[in-house]
Design a protein. Structure first.
Length: 396
């Protein structure tokens, strides 16, 4: 057996994987044109309207409302749908903390429902048991670029009169049964944060097919103005949550690379899936066949359930990182995050405990990530990854 790098052996790989973000002359040209135009904000814009139209078309949505980031996109979407302080919002615990804090920001209360063991996304069959008289919305998370069954979730939501707000931060371009996500529910929020598959460093986009919800969201993100109103006509309380013109210029350039990068990630994910078939103890996270287009914001795989005590996750990550393979640990289950639970208690005045054993075990013992930028490497890079995984697994 090859000596592990962590024990003084030679690492599988010493050269770096692709860096992120990827940019070029398109971004530079758009930024310079925007700078020289003098149209930087307010009603004096040139890139933002173009981005709204192109992004709405990309996601198959009627309306796209740009905002400062994906977190505020969720907050605005919840408020646009009528969620108020004290209302409950059902969501999965295996997600970035922003899914919860987007609600807590204005006093809406996250209610964590455990995840499906195979997909790691919200277990729709468990949602109905969590609905109370205070429930007003459900936030499903399209995780790592895979998509959840929104049509099935909407059946539950409509039965109880609840809004469905898609957390599509990681799912730009992804599809469920040939339909792009983000506006399959009532509203959705996408993210352009620095690590996302298209990025302007920060930024977000709210999507919807409902004109009234679009106007509500636009107004909240534009200091309470209304779309056809005067500059100083404020019809509700809102905030200045607008995306900048410079971010829009960068994103328009980023969009020109999206399809090529989609294809490359998909190809490399297939290589990794095939490689894992020969590595006992590691398997890819299940992809529902109805996810016909996967954004692969992350490539997620797991230590098999019957081996996760024999192969300690933290130890495995230390060893594989030493081999030059940048595997990540991923999320901690939010139902165990003390900051989130304390904030819920502050708003509700009561201590709450959410039992989510599948999410807890997945996050603590099983789930491993590779970032989307790693999937932009070449075929040899994917084989280096599988060689490193095989070498480390063999050490157990």
């Amino acid at each position: 057996m090859d000596k592990l790098a962590i024990d003084g052996g030679l690492p599988i790989r010493t050269e770096p994987f692709p860096t992120w973000p990827i940019f070029g002359e398109e971004e530079e040209m758009n930024i310079l044109e925007t700078l020289r135009s003098g149209k930087w904000g307010g009603t004096n814009r040139r890139c933002l309207p173009d981005l709204e139209k192109k992004f709405a078309a990309l996601q198959g949505a009627e309306f796209a409302i740009p905002v400062v980031n994906g977190t505020m996109g969720l907050t605005v979407a919840l408020q646009a749908a009528g969620v108020k302080p004290g209302d409950e919002v059902i969501m999965p615990p295996y997600t970035f903390i922003a899914t919860a804090t987007a609600a807590l920001l204005f006093g809406a209360i996250p209610v964590f429902v455990d995840i499906d063991e195979s997909t790691l996304m919200l277990d729709i069959d468990k949602v109905e048991d969590a609905i109370s008289s205070r429930t007003k919305a459900i936030i499903p998370v399209h995780l790592a670029g895979a998509t959840i069954n929104i049509p099935k979730l909407k059946e539950v939501a409509r039965k109880h009169g609840l809004a469905v707000i898609e957390d599509a931060a990681q799912a730009v371009g992804a599809e469920w049964e040939q339909n792009r996500v983000g506006a399959l529910g009532d509203l959705g929020s996408c993210s352009f944060q620095s690590g996302k598959n298209i990025t302007a460093g920060e930024g977000g986009m709210i999507l919807t097919n409902d004109k009234q919800l679009a106007e509500n969201a636009w107004s909240i993100a534009n200091v309470g103005r209304i779309p056809e109103g005067a500059w100083y006509q404020h019809e509700r309380i809102g905030w200045n949550l607008r995306m900048t013109e410079f971010q829009s210029a960068i994103l328009l350039a980023q969009l020109t690379r999206l399809e090529e990068q989609f294809d490359k990630r998909e190809k490399n994910a297939r290589i990794l899936n095939e490689s894992l078939k020969d590595i006992k103890g590691l398997v890819p996270v299940h992809r529902d066949p109805r996810v016909n287009r996967h954004a692969y914001h992350m490539y997620m795989f797991r230590i098999e359930k019957d081996l996760d005590e024999q192969i300690p996750k933290d130890d495995f990550i230390r060893k594989i990182n030493a081999e030059g393979i940048p595997v990540l640990a991923g999320y901690h289950s939010l139902n165990t995050n003390q900051a989130v639970i304390s904030e819920i208690e502050k708003w509700t005045g009561e201590a709450r405990k959410y039992e989510c054993p599948i999410s807890e075990r997945a996050s603590k013992n099983q789930i491993l990530w590779l970032s989307q930028s790693v999937l932009l490497g070449e075929e040899k890079d994917m084989h280096d990854i599988s060689d490193g995984l095989r070498k480390v697994v063999a050490s157990y």
